[in-house]
Ligand binder design. Sequence first.
Ligand SMILES: *Cc1c(COP(=O)(O)O)cnc(C)c1O
Length: 398
Amino acid sequence: MTIESEAQYSFGTKAVHSGAPLDPTTGAVIEPISLSTTFGQSEPAKPLGIYEYSRSANPNRDNFEIAVAALENAKYAIALSSGSATTALVIQSLPVGSHIISGGDVYGGTYRYFTKVGDTHGVQAEFVGNLVEDLSGALKENTKLVWLETPSNPTLQVTDIAKVAEILKEHEAKTGNKVLLVVDNTFLSPYVSNPLSHGADVVVHSVTKYINGHSDVVMGVLATNNADLHEKFRFLQNAIGSIPSPFDSWLAHRGLKTLHLRVGQASASAQKIAEYLVQHPAVLKVNYPGLKSHKNHDVVLRQHRNGLGGGMISFRIQGGAKGAALFTSATKLFTLAESLGGIESLIEVPAVMTHGGIPKEEREANGVYDDLVRVSVGIEDTEDLLKDIEQALEKVSA
Ligand SMILES: *Cc1c(COP(=O)(O)O)cnc(C)c1O
């Protein structure tokens, strides 16, 4: 299928069929893995097919990109070797002397790139607590990009993308300065939210998480509807060379075909688990976008498919750091590990694991207390997951 012909289809159909043509030579239903680094030419500069050299383009990477573009309602997608390489490529596309504004609690590696690498390329990053409230005051003459991550990690606060896009449109109308809005959609996946449809210019993903979904590939992708941006990013993808391998592209494409089923199931289970946690006496506070009590639930209803909360939950547990350690060591189905978005349920304590590098005061100002537990809900049976949480909470209460 071509991207154009796909507009009529719904998400699950696009997930299965986008970028997945029958192999033209054998009729294979599943594409072969194209490992060749180079492709033959009939005369100098006349390739036999459409490929020349695998860094520039590769059939498996192309097909994966077509599929992601279809799922993000985008014209173009570009795959990179990791989510972090995707962030790096976007920032490297900016001119020296650029100012960027980022939401405060972005992914740790993104924060590290903005503060320790971006500045060596002459890109200055500024962080604001709340993009909707603080953005207007932070915009400068040389602001070129706004980086937005929603929901935030690990407290799952939701930012109104359309609102931020509107502020930037007003800024452009007033000053003539176009500021790109980039949304990191890793935590929701394209199944739950499509940021481009809410006014973002670029959407980025760590494919490592939900899109691949099987905890066996590190990869990234970005998508956009802007032809000029696409051309710039495509040039950099080849020039920088941080590309995914054909095998990883193939695996990630295979994972993507079941994205709707996996994220639908994880989200349904997470909703039940969050509701269970809310009423448990050993739980102090639950952060979950699917709860009606969530601070930005109105935005969730506008921005997420069917108001889905996604597969990520965080909550504060009784007993401080000890309680969190006891609980996360007592679960049997939730493996104590970093990362998220896979078929298997994971659990972690951000204060000493994913967010251990952030000073305590700064951490706690963002709600990341020693007793905060983060859960990535997998696709195991809901009842089994609930029972596992129940028995682990009993150990904490005892
Ligand atoms: C994991 C992650 C990244 C970085 O992706 P890698 O594939 O690990 O390089 C970026 N943003 C978010 C929200 C993430 O969870």
